[in-house]
Write a protein that binds this ligand. Structure first.
Ligand code: PEP
Length: 252
């Protein structure tokens, strides 16, 4: 098994309340107990209402907290109902998911995502930048052209690559229990890494996660793919047992 750093990042979406600290606590304890076994980074991206509360309650921190979206405006402003990267950073977020397909489906464009990334990087948040094709785009053979567009129209040479983690999340795989064929996934990951390197004109290999219906049963299928730096886990991250089992099974 590889000793390369692997990310296990949970996306709680619009789930969770103050009582969900229980889940965070158990995952944090697991992080503590297993800290010497493998090189891993555990991040939980929770609703904005919970970031500060969880951050305060955690004593020794073996996990990091993240947010799931932000307003593109860099500072305070008249944007009713919105929260910016600065506020999230102050609340205790270290990471932020941007470009998630659930927000793209609500009308978030590549241009808006770009502004959000600029704003998040400005506040020194680590950005988890999601890309992925829909089922319709996949069957039309447009996967690579869609991914290229998402990357090229969002990222720029001046961005700090050390603060960006890519996440390949095929839209048709999110919450559906369907995952890509392993060979297809290997090729797509390679394609995304190359596009990223070309767009940012860098030689350094970017970090990339896979996300979409990852669970304790299918995680072993992914462990043979060396080029994957970790996983973005939605539904299964709302259960401490499932999330911990995913990590345990990955290293089995
Ligand atoms: C997600 O929403 O980022 C995700 C990967 O969801 P799920 O694991 O539930 O498919």
């Amino acid at each position: 098994m590889t000793n390369k750093l692997k990310y296990f990042i949970g996306n709680w979406k619009m789930f969770g309340d103050f009582g969900s600290f229980n889940i965070i606590h158990k995952i944090n304890q697991f992080g503590y107990k297993s800290r010497k076994l493998n090189k891993k980074k555990i991040v939980l991206c929770v609703p904005n209402t919970l970031i500060h509360f969880f951050k305060k309650k955690l004593r020794l921190k073996h996990i990091s907290l993240g947010a799931q979206n932000c307003h593109p405006h860099k500072s305070y402003g008249p944007f009713t109902g919105s929260v910016n990267a600065l506020m999230l950073k102050k609340a205790g977020a270290e990471y932020i998911i941007l470009g998630h397909s659930e927000n793209r489906l609500e009308g978030e464009t590549n241009q808006i995502i770009k502004k959000k990334i600029i704003s998040a990087l400005d506040k020194k948040l680590n950005v988890i930048f999601c890309v992925g094709e829909t089922h319709k785009e996949k069957i039309k053979g447009r996967t690579f052209s869609i991914l290229r567009k998402q990357i090229r129209s969002t990222l720029e040479k001046k961005f700090n690559i050390n603060k960006i983690i890519l996440a390949y999340e095929p839209v048709w795989s999110i919450g559906t229990n369907r995952i890509p064929k392993i060979n297809e996934l290997i090729n797509t990951i390679k394609f995304i890494k190359n596009e990223f390197k070309k767009t940012l004109k860098i030689k350094k290999i970017p970090k990339i996660l896979y996300g979409g219906s990852v669970n304790p049963k299918n995680i072993r299928l992914f462990s043979s793919i060396r080029d994957i730096d970790g996983f973005l886990i939605g539904g299964a991250s709302q259960s401490s047992k499932k999330f911990i089992d995913i990590i345990k099974n990955y290293y089995k």
